[in-house]
Design a protein around this ligand. Sequence first.
Ligand code: BMA
Length: 339
Amino acid sequence: MGVVTPIYKSAPCIKKLEKPILTAADMPYDSVLVFNAGVNKFNGKYVMVFRNDYGTDPERFLRERCFPSTSLGVAFSDNGIDNWEVREIPLMDSNITKAETNDQIHRFYDPRLTIIEGKPYLCLAADCKRGIRGCVAEVDDNFEKVNVLSMSAPNNRNMCLFPEKINGMYYRLERPMAMYSDDAYCFDVWCSNSPDLKYWGDTKHMLRHDKMPYTNDKMGPAAPPVKTEKGWLTTFHCVDEDPTRGKNGWEPKWTARYFGGLMLLDLEDPSKVIGMYKEPLLAPDMPYETDEGFRQNVIFPGGMILEDSGEVKIYYGASDTYECVATADVNDLLKLCLD
Ligand code: BMA
């Protein structure tokens, strides 16, 4: 499809790599699309939990309009950039989930990985027989077993956990899909907290998609926030629609473009937005983001790591096909939010 109008570029402080860091070609099992991963540092390694859609091809997709199977794979790396070692067996697989839940839950996908008090947790989206539900789950230290702690009422997803308790409570960002609001549908960012990761409440509306200058459609939380002196730094995704856009990747018509955005939240009350970059942080501007894959012009951040050096690694799915990383200096990112 190529770069679409209006033309947007990623922020000048963003550095992208020449190619994605993980693709279907790296998989030891059936794989078509590897994307939308959660990434974090755990026990001296970088750990990635990624989404793997498999079991179709462009022709079959056009006939059936869906991917029959989705698994969540695990990969480890020493530097968070290359030499990802993919574990032979996925952490979850939709065929097993369907069988175990008597077809009530079709699949888990779009994982976000947060380490809280030395323990790994995942937020997951779950496509269920009765709607889309957002899940909070714990994972064992070897990333072999997931235990779901809570599932939201439908329809909600794109959840991510803060990496520490704030005033004694766990916090998460989330995106309920409000269907009967004054604006027809209203897919905004909300914030909830919990005493135990199981019971969630005190839910607050925090960011309106129609207030974003480069979005005309919807938005949602992205990578789990990182703590800085100035506030919680966090990404989100947001979408602009143009009905005149046509053939894109495998789709005969795909009219959306997804950006990664950046904001800063209050350290004591993370439901308060205290800074915002007015332009896209990550726009689709590399050939693997605009010209290749299943759904082109889609950037979907899921992981953010702040290194001791001040370098920030931002992991994102590109074109719903590849997993990629971009880097920037934390001070440059804070400046974008506060200027
Ligand atoms: C969203 C989710 C993501 C996907 C994106 C672009 O609604 O389904 O998993 O990456 O659309 O297709």
